[in-house]
Design a protein around this ligand. Structure first.
Ligand code: NAD
Length: 492
């Protein structure tokens, strides 16, 4: 397995060098250092992965679930043994701080742990005597070959919202990491290789759009999980569905947080700043709009400005750093253009993160944390995902106005409320149109045993990743009706 070289594919239990002539450099976003090269695998190479997965399917699905999960137990322990090395790899290729990398790996491992309960979780149900001598049974069987197409921002975690459940349920699997951050999966597949999974159960194919299109069109692939931006999520969902596949596609977000005057202002502001600027705002559950209500406006603005301006920005491997770079030079300039546009739309830039230069890391893609106040609700900045460390403030007078503002957005990934009032909290929880809700929580990320929800333009499909939704997604139901009247037994 190479590092600091060309990434390999992993097909049918073997490391294979792609013959793709298109190679992209993988860069450390903090230092600009080249970490390796990623091949953009062809449709033929994807076909080899799908063939390997298809060939492995029948034996794997006949392997008892209690045996299948033994491989996942091994993977969990290997990932724990290599935890620090994997976390450093995530920081080096993705830019987040080491603690943030540890956090995402921890959630990956938790998903393996939950999937190890599959012998219980994938049980069906039955009814005796639906009519005299007739019983009815629901059995869950694996759906077949499945694949995940992952984004750049959680290279160690997001494939694990799906993969452990898929293979635990008896499916075989293909992982297509983001071409921006292929190293982490390269290392994780090195561990998968040590687990002794039968050949073809888990496969890794590096690539970008052409590889994705090959996944979407391959007749052997029955189910697709996608996480990424909304336009691509919509495209993947449509093309997968047109090809008769089951698809769950998580898209982008613009997450609002309401702050009521009765909230504990200092604590709330600290939590909200962590939400907005953690992972440099490149998190689908990052707070991107803060909506302080009435008398909350003045103290909230004061605290958030202080908290934002004092945030330590730098290389995620260095001690004391609270925020790393954004993923690419293009992201940096796109985010800075959004701040320009906010200013042009009439907002006031209270803390300006443009043109950041971090001493010692002059080649890094840094944008410092930014706060802009008074962005117009119907403007572009209020309605578009920026995916960077930019928090927009939109003060309003009442809770009803705040909830209306939340519900007017096209996304529905997360919405949060800060308050000490139970009735306000219940009203918010009841009325707000989003899939992940936080009450006095800044990043409402569901645990592995809850679905990672998401509504509106943040999700296309029915069943989500993680927990019981994942079991539902990776199984198909077979209903059996059996007639065994007692008089037939008496014949012998
Ligand atoms: P992206 O949409 O650019 O890429 C995601 C995946 O799609 C990658 O594997 C990429 O190779 C592939 N891809 C890109 N363009 C494609 C195209 N035109 N056709 C086919 N495939 C294509 O997303 P990203 O920049 O890697 O990730 C950031 C986005 O992901 C943000 O919008 C963020 O909100 C979203 N995200 C959402 C969630 C969620 O849970 N809803 C979680 C993490 C990230």
């Amino acid at each position: 397995m190479p590092l600091n070289g060309k990434m390999l594919n992993y097909l049918a239990g073997e490391w294979i060098s792609s013959n793709a002539s298109d190679l992209l450099s993988v860069l450390n976003p903090a230092t600009g250092e080249v970490l390796g090269e990623v091949p953009l695998s062809s449709a033929n190479e994807l076909d080899m992965a799908a063939g390997a997965a298809e060939a492995a399917l029948e034996d794997w699905r006949r392997t008892p679930a209690v045996e299948r999960v033994q491989y996942l137990f091994k993977l969990k322990f290997l990932m724990q043994d290599h935890f620090e090395d994997l976390a450093r790899t995530i920081t080096m290729e993705c830019g987040k701080t080491l603690d943030e990398s540890r956090g995402e790996l921890q959630r990956a491992i938790e998903n393996i742990e939950i999937a190890c309960g599959i012998p219980l979780l994938m049980q069906g149900y039955n009814s005796e005597d639906i009519a005299r001598g007739i019983d009815e049974i629901m059995i869950r069987q694996p759906i077949g070959v499945a694949a995940v197409i992952a984004p750049f921002n959680f290279p160690g975690m997001i494939p694990f919202w799906f993969m452990p459940y898929a293979v635990a349920c008896g499916n075989t699997y293909i992982v297509k990491p983001s071409e921006k951050v292929p190293l982490t999966m390269q290392k994780i597949f090195g561990l998968i290789d040590q687990c002794g999974f039968p050949k073809g159960v888990l496969n890794l194919v590096n690539g970008a759009k052409d590889t994705v299109d090959a996944i979407l069109d391959h007749p052997a692939i029955r189910a697709i999980s996608f996480v990424g931006s909304t336009p691509v999520a919509r495209y993947v969902y449509s093309r997968a569905a047109a090809n008769g596949k089951r698809a769950q596609c998580q898209g982008g977000a613009k997450n609002p947080i309401i702050v009521l005057p009765d909230a504990d202002m200092e604590t709330s502001t600290r939590i909200i700043a962590d939400s907005a600027f953690g992972c440099a705002g490149q998190r689908c559950l990052a707070a991107s709009l803060a909506i302080p209500v009435g008398e909350a406006v003045t103290p909230f603005t004061q605290f958030i400005v202080e908290s934002t301006a004092s945030r330590v920005v730098g290389y995620g491997l260095d001690d004391g750093v609270q925020m790393g770079p954004v993923i690419t030079k293009q992201s940096k300039s796109r985010i800075e253009q959004w701040i320009d546009l906010g200013s042009n739309e009439g907002a006031e830039v209270l803390v300006d993160g443009r043109n950041a230069v971090i001493p010692g890391y002059e080649k890094g893609n840094f944008v410092r944390p930014t706060v802009i106040k008074g962005i117009p609700p119907d403007g572009m900045v209020a309605r578009t995902e920026i995916f960077g460390p930019v928090l927009g403030l939109m003060p309003v007078d009442t809770v009803d106005q705040a909830i209306a503002l939340v519900n007017s957005g096209k996304y529905g990934n997360m919405a949060c409320l800060f308050t000490s009032n139970g009735a306000s909290a219940r009203k918010f929880r009841y009325e707000v149109k989003a899939g992940n809700i936080g009450i006095n929580i800044g990043v409402a990320a569901p645990m592995a045993f809850f679905p990672f929800s998401g509504w509106k333009d943040s999700f296309f499909g029915d069943m989500h990743g993680q927990g019981l939704d994942a079991v539902e997604f990776f199984t198909q139901k077979k209903v059996v009706i059996e007639r065994w009247p007692k008089e037939w037994s008496r014949r012998f």
